[in-house]
Design a protein around this ligand. Sequence first.
Ligand code: NAP
Length: 286
Amino acid sequence: MTAKIIDGRLIAETLRAEIAREATDFRNQTGIVPHLTAVLVGDDPASAVYVKNKHLACEKAGFKSTLVRLPAETTQQELLHVVERLNADPTVHGILVQLPLPKGLAAQPILDAVSPLKDVDCFHPENVGLLSQGRPRFLPCTPSGVQQILIHEQVTVPGAHVVIVGRSDIVGRPLALMLLQKGQAADATVTVCHSRTKDLAAVARTADILVAAIGQPEFITADMVKPGAVVIDVGINRVGERLVGDVAFAAVSEVASAITPVPRGVGPMTITMLLANTLKAAKLAS
Ligand code: NAP
């Protein structure tokens, strides 16, 4: 079998156009322009690129986007004050603190300080709690992007066995919560694997839908994939000049029925869902 290659960029473009239309309608009705503020601390070049891409996506969707840039020497207290100022600013609808923070700054207290109503990354415990109870305010961006791919590709998720490799707070764990819920592109039987999972290959082979979110280049090999499975590769790993996923793309493409590439798979969906959350935050504030 040669897998269908899922074009995440195309799905993202379609969704971004819908979000832009919705934002225009909202602006026409209320006069409010959705506004995302990113906080970037230090000089990490990869973080600067991510923030720039988010800024460009906002502008293209007709959103306002601002950046608070702080030096690497910023103290925990100073960063906390910036977040509190943004929380209190009624013209800011979404706050994004770009991770990782420089050494010496603890991310958790900062993320906890972001107003849950402006927490467009869905990291705040209140929003994670609502998600786990099946009544989400915001959906976490990367897991939501994965779910949108499954919807757009008309993959049957209800009743399917989804195996997620990786249990991070950003990807694996919230994705498991989402796919366990009742509803469209959900109602799955979910297994989550991690570094202590016994015979991970055997577990992975039972998946109808296999999601890799590990951060290990080409970790998922063809022998770990059931013939006909749908494979979603969340991983982004730099190997020399190349970007590769967590899945050995060429070999797994010969076994799977559909597969997301890296780049142009899940990556473009993450920013798209950030736009969706920012629009929702603006609506919640109006
Ligand atoms: P993370 O926080 O480092 O978590 C990695 C997870 O994978 C952990 O649960 C870890 O298990 C598990 N793991 C690592 N090595 C393993 C192994 N050999 N066998 C089994 N499990 C293993 O990573 P993350 O933030 O979720 O990111 C994962 C990947 O997705 C990275 O490549 C990242 O760049 C990418 N990513 C992409 C997007 C996007 O927009 N496409 C967004 C976020 C992340 P333990 O918990 O036991 O340590």
